[in-house]
Design a protein around this ligand. Structure first.
Ligand SMILES: [Zn+2]
Length: 66
């Protein structure tokens, strides 16, 4: 018997490194966060949860972390 490959049913989710537009600090955000992520330095809300992918509102993506 050969082993069958099991497909991964999880939706693709990513982490992004973003820069806060208010203070310039780098933050790591999760693109499927179900809660508003805030800047660790100034507390500005960076993303808005939408039920699926978050909407990035006060930040700029500088890198994708897979
Ligand atoms: Zn900030």
């Amino acid at each position: 018997m050969r082993k069958r490959k099991i497909p991964v049913p999880m939706p693709k989710s990513r982490f992004y490194k973003v820069m806060c537009k208010n203070c310039g600090a780098e933050n790591i955000i999760f693109d499927r966060a179900s809660f508003p992520t805030r800047c660790k330095v100034c507390g500005t809300q960076l993303v808005k949860p939408t039920g699926g992918r978050v909407e990035i509102i006060n930040a700029e993506i500088i890198a994708e972390l897979g």
